[in-house]
Design a protein around this ligand. Structure first.
Ligand SMILES: [Mn+2]
Length: 316
């Protein structure tokens, strides 16, 4: 077993108060790792005070609700000072949703993203894990003392599902399935979790229909759709909700590159995706960047859209 796991176990044992932090705009994996960790610590050490802190995320609220909600946190600094801070699923310090984590006596970082900031007194960072929730479940299985019960199993299974696109992305391994199977034996119910994750508002369904009806295509194989504020208002959608639809445009035969373009006040953001050529280079040319197949960019004005389309066409 990796030495760092023993160290983390020792630290958990040592502290009476443990506060678990996550990132801004928490997703299923952030909550899955936070509430999964809380579950295993509380089952093993019922006498300890264990808190989850962070923002409320509606779509994964069935996993849990933070004990200390940000930004309305009413605790003063002294509350944090005698605690062990554990930050999960967060690559950079500025992304931690509750910055009070720095007040803790010691800080542990547990993450599966490419390490950007080396923050924390102890770090367990392993990019081989496709989700942080899988790391927590893996950690729990290394120590007899830890028991996963249903709330933890639901949380961690949800984290694994959401960060792997429901076992769809390449990071999924034999271990991922073993751990998912283990969580099923601890009370995770696949149908129950799927129902929570699959439910959509009528506004969103209608919006998706609108996108399918009105997407724009070019003769070279680029497909895109423009969302402005008026359109978002028509369907009662927040900026985040509207921009989450980018993958609707993916997987269309003959269209290897797609983009969702979102206008917000004077800002024109592009979410660029590909299942063919690498498009991060194009994003770099338009004040952006990211991964080879998923990148973001910003247009200075609408005239630049034609330039972007031209750059994409060069790749297809
Ligand atoms: Mn994650």
């Amino acid at each position: 077993m990796e030495k760092i796991l023993k160290t983390i176990y020792k630290k958990i044992k040592q502290y009476n108060k443990i506060i678990i932090y996550g990132h801004k705009r928490p997703d299923g994996d952030c909550y899955g790792a936070q509430f999964g960790l809380k579950n295993i610590i509380q089952n093993a050490f019922p006498e300890k005070e264990v808190y989850v802190t962070g923002e409320i995320s509606e779509f994964v609220s069935f996993v849990g609700r933070p004990d200390i909600v940000v930004p309305t946190d009413e605790k003063d600094d002294s509350f944090y000072q005698d605690a062990l801070s554990i930050v999960v699923d967060t690559a950079t310090q500025d992304r931690v949703s509750n910055q009070k984590y720095t007040l803790g006596l010691e800080v542990i970082k547990i993450d599966h993203h490419i390490p950007v900031d080396q923050y924390g007194d102890y770090q367990w960072v392993d990019t081989n894990f496709p989700s942080c929730a899988q790391m927590i479940a893996y950690f729990s299985r290394q120590f007899k003392k830890f028991k996963v019960t249903k709330p933890g199993a639901v949380a961690m299974y949800t984290g694994i599902l959401t960060d792997t696109g429901r076992f769809k992305y390449r990071g999924v391994t034999e271990l991922t399935h073993q751990i998912a199977g283990f969580l099923l034996t601890r009370g995770a119910d696949v149908e129950e979790i799927d129902q929570h994750l699959s439910i959509e508002t009528l506004d969103m369904i209608r919006f998706k229909g609108y996108i399918y009806q009105n997407l724009k295509t070019t003769d070279k194989g680029f497909v895109y759709f423009i969302i402005n504020e008026a359109l978002r208002n028509e369907f009662n959608l927040s900026y985040e909700e509207a921009s989450s639809t980018v993958n609707l445009l993916g997987g269309i035969q003959g269209f290897p590159v797609w983009a969702l373009i979102i206008e917000d006040k004077n800002d024109i953001r592009v979410r660029l995706r590909s299942n063919g050529p690498d498009i991060d280079g194009v994003a770099n040319k338009f004040q952006g960047g990211g991964h080879k197949k998923a990148a973001g960019a910003t247009l200075k004005n609408w005239d630049e859209l034609n330039d972007l389309i031209e750059e994409v066409h060069k790749l297809i």
